[in-house]
Write a protein that binds this ligand. Structure first.
Ligand code: AMP
Length: 466
């Protein structure tokens, strides 16, 4: 087991952050900003609101944004600055103490911290801090930063951060709220997105807003301005806006390509590129790289839709919705008797015989991870009468786990790390199977190979520790 595997086991997380400063409805805007980013984490959420007396008002809970906050909570968020977080963790570590924003009362005053990403040297930092007497409340990597800030002799949180952030390795796109500032910072590699925008107030002033994805700005009527740069600390306080660097500007970046492949919402701009357009291009490149004679192109909904449109346009094969998704699946459902086979996937995805019967079908999905979903989908598509099923994946074979904040299974569970494409084709029972090349994917995201992290596809991990 490598270091990264240990970390992944303990702290597997996907998250979104949001922050605002100078907004008359800071609490409600944070609630909406998290609502728009719910796809990045569904397990728990928290909001910290900075009250006029400098105190932090906190509400956290397990569940979806729409369920955790009630009107009574939003009414209490009277202060004009707030930060929030949504979190997803697949391990048993879903303790209340892990729900972010994490809060602490330091020598410098109250501080709240919300983090998206994964600090890969957290286990080493934590060990050192524990030996020095630090008492950890939760099992997440983010808490290390709070302890490091607490130990710093300076009274100025920005000085503390500038000294401390370079000691962290890995992915961190963060928002922090002190008693006097909203702070945003992003690791020097820029793994996870973090964007800055403005929301016009009734008095003509502009609130500062920070989010993981621009779709949060769209919902609250904020204007996207720019990304928080990799290696930047940005903060806003009563004196105005400030920006400094804690890492050199010319560091090679490692923008997560999987944000474009699967993770981000298609209506977001991520790393300055439209996710929807990137996915469409992935589909059209896939059609160029792996054409096939067929009657219909269908997406696996919803994640395969933009790529399937791209494949259809490029190939000239008609696009149809051959599988319909039920959007109202809760976390649990009562299992039927053994007699109903393939129930698990069928409750969510239902193939339409009217589209599929007697047809040569190209099925497009964004990624193939374990292969079990694809296997079930192909079985259903065949049962609905498809004559041939050609599976096309709009990303390369997923061969390595992510250590930087995307939830991926362990290496042994990634089918492409254990089997060849032909063996996978046999396993999922497709007539043909093809994946987009790494080059094709990189062209689609408008980047070059050095600007993005594609470690889950090419094994090139950008940090020395992972
Ligand atoms: P499988 O190959 O059975 O693991 O499932 C692949 C499906 O999972 C694809 O439809 C993807 O859209 C989706 N997927 C890919 N990565 C993730 C992830 N990190 N979390 C949840 N779903 C994912």
């Amino acid at each position: 087991m490598r270091d990264g595997d240990k970390i992944l086991k303990a702290w597997r997380e996907e998250c979104a952050v949001f922050g605002t400063w100078g907004d008359q409805e800071a609490g409600r805007m944070t609630y909406l900003g998290l609502y728009a980013q719910q796809h990045r984490g569904q397990e728990a959420t928290g909001i910290v609101n900075l009250q006029a007396d400098g105190k932090h008002w906190v509400h956290k809970g397990f569940g979806l944004v729409g369920d955790v906050y009630q009107e009574e909570h939003l009414e209490k968020m009277q202060g004009t600055a707030a930060i929030g977080h949504v979190r997803y963790s697949t391990t048993g570590e879903n303790q209340l103490t892990n729900i972010q924003p994490l809060t602490a009362n330091l020598n410098t005053g109250n501080v709240a911290l919300a983090h998206n990403g994964n600090i890969v040297n957290a286990h080493l930092l934590k060990k050192k801090l524990k030996l020095e007497g630090a008492i950890f409340q939760g099992t997440n990597d983010t808490e290390c930063l709070l302890h490091m800030l607490a130990r710093h002799p300076s009274q100025d949180p920005i000085v503390c951060l500038k000294d401390t952030l370079p000691q962290l390795e890995g992915a961190f796109s963060m928002v922090m709220l002190t008693e006097k500032r909203l702070i945003a910072c992003r690791d020097p590699w820029g793994f996870r997105p973090l964007v800055l925008g403005r929301r016009l107030q009734d008095d003509g002033s502009q609130a500062v807003v920070i989010a993981s994805e621009t779709c949060a700005f769209d919902l609250i009527g904020a204007r996207y301005e720019r990304e928080i740069e990799p290696g930047e600390i940005f903060w806003v306080d009563a004196q105005g806006e400030h920006s400094e660097r804690f890492a050199k500007v010319n560091n090679p970046t490692a923008f997560c390509v999987f944000e474009h492949v699967y993770f981000s919402r298609p209506d977001s701009l991520v790393f300055g590129e439209s996710v929807y357009e990137a996915r469409k291009k992935m589909g059209s490149k896939l059609a160029t790289e792996y054409p096939i004679e067929a009657d219909v192109v269908i997406p696996v909904p919803d994640s395969g839709v933009p790529a399937a449109i791209g494949y259809s346009v490029q190939s000239g094969i008609p696009f149809e919705l051959g599988i319909i998704r039920n959007h109202y699946i809760g976390r649990t459902f009562i299992q039927p008797s053994q007699s109903i086979r393939s129930f698990g996937v069928k409750i969510k995805l239902n193939p339409q015989a009217a589209v599929l019967k007697g047809k040569r079908v190209v099925v497009i999905d964004d990624s193939l991870v374990r292969g079990t979903t694809s296997q079930k989908i192909i079985r259903l598509v065949r049962q609905a009468g498809a004559k041939e099923v050609h599976f096309r994946i709009a990303s390369p074979p997923t061969t390595g786990p992510c250590y930087y904040g995307v939830d991926t299974p362990r290496r042994e569970q990634l089918i492409a790390s254990m089997k060849s494409v032909e063996e996978i084709r046999i396993f999922i029972d497709a007539d043909t199977l093809a994946y987009l090349s790494v080059e094709g994917m990189m062209e689609a995201v408008g980047g070059n190979k050095t600007g993005y992290c594609a470690a889950c596809f090419n094994g090139e991990y950008p940090t020395s520790l992972f």
